[in-house]
Design a protein around this ligand. Structure first.
Ligand code: NAD
Length: 342
């Protein structure tokens, strides 16, 4: 099958080549847009990542070009207009779990780096500054961590932090039965925010979670708490977070995602001016650590992403249904989880 891979990043090609052997693969380094959709001409399938535009007009164009399959190289699918895909008869599948460990471990890495001020410590050491005055952290042991969305990634994050001696609270609108095997207490969102020393976001971006963290919910948080987000940037109103960080309502934030990351992340832009003023202010704050959507970036995850992506395509090519297919009815079985359509 001819497959056009959009947003193809150099580090993933070796995994795609291996998993997709036998297929004719066309790599486009830019994200899919209405302007470059023609690049998929002749392909039966497109392979998309989180920053690709899979809105109704783009899907219509893909269909007109003869594309039948949309294989996502991501777990999140909020960028795909699933009702439109279904209407057009385009099959869409994601990679539901490629390595929840990768994202959970990165979440904890952000927390440790912020709390123990590892970046500042290293910068100071490089300048022959061995003073410890600016580097005081706190013990994680005994702290309360609130996990919003105790799914695959949230559950592993909870388990890792239990190992540090933390008490775990969680808030989830549809907790999986496995959630209750973890020593974590299900509480309301308000209780979680008011009791947690650290709040970590692991819910998907949906209509219900868009700006879940806003001026009001930030004001419910324990003064001086730490906020972590390795889920999706849209869960946080960034301007409200910046304001809360400036007044010390929030002590620090560790973020792998940003609501307007599509215009920034995944590309070398050191020669370009940073025009996003909100992002510029966010990263200028001393108590903020941002990584550019790299929580997934382990060799294990890249291998699993490529394998599942081509498993989905091969299954369809053999005339079968993939269990990873995002049928519209399925995604709307719970209204609260209805995805934001692109
Ligand atoms: P999952 O489906 O296993 O878990 C999500 C959990 O969130 C579920 O238990 C669900 O019930 C809960 N949830 C849904 N809506 C909610 C709401 N309104 N309030 C509270 N809880 C709610 O998903 P996962 O595999 O754990 O992934 C979580 C998210 O992580 C993904 O949606 C994706 O956005 C993000 N992610 C980020 C990266 C990265 O590199 N930074 C990589 C993979 C996934």
């Amino acid at each position: 099958m001819q497959v056009t891979v959009f947003s193809a990043l150099s580090f993933e090609k070796e995994f795609i080549e291996k998993a997709g052997s036998g297929h004719q693969i066309n790599y486009i380094s830019e994200p899919l847009t209405l302007e470059n959709v023609q690049s998929a001409t002749g392909s039966e399938a497109v392979c998309l990542f989180t920053h690709d535009d899979a809105s109704a007009p783009v899907l219509e164009k893909l269909k007109a070009l003869g594309v039948k399959y949309v294989a996502l190289r991501s777990a999140g699918y909020e960028h795909v207009n699933l009702p439109k895909a279904q209407e057009l008869g385009l099959k869409v599948a994601n990679v539901p779990a490629y390595s929840p460990y990768a994202i959970a471990e990165h979440t904890v890495a952000l927390l440790l780096a912020i709390n123990r001020k590892l970046i500042l410590a290293h910068e100071q050491i490089k300048q022959n500054n061995f003073a410890l005055d600016n580097l005081v952290g706190f013990d994680l042991n005994g702290k309360t961590v609130g996990i919003i969305g105790l799914g695959k990634i949230g559950a592993i994050t909870a388990k890792i932090l239990q190992g540090f001696g933390c008490r775990i609270l969680f808030y989830d609108i549809a907790p999986a039965p496995a959630s209750f095997t973890i020593p974590a207490s299900l509480v309301s969102l308000t209780e979680l925010l008011s009791q947690s020393d650290i709040v970590s976001l692991h819910a998907p971006l949906t209509e219900a979670t868009k700006y879940l963290i806003n001026a009001q919910t930030l004001s419910f948080m324990k003064k001086g708490a730490i906020l972590l987000n390795t889920s999706r940037g849209g869960l946080i109103n960034t301007e409200a977070l910046v304001a809360a960080l400036k007044i010390g309502q929030i002590n620090a934030a560790g973020l792998d995602v940003y609501e307007k990351e599509r215009a920034l992340f995944f590309h070398e832009r050191s020669a370009e001016p940073l025009t996003d003023k909100v992002f510029a202010e966010l990263i200028s704050l001393p108590n903020v650590l941002v990584t550019g959507h790299q929580a997934f970036l382990t060799r294990t995850a890249l291998h699993n992403i490529a394998e599942t992506t081509f498993y989905n395509l091969n299954t369809w090519a053999n005339g079968q249904d993939s269990e990873n297919e995002l049928a519209f009815k399925e995604t709307h079985k719970n209204e609260k989880e209805a995805t934001i359509v692109a």
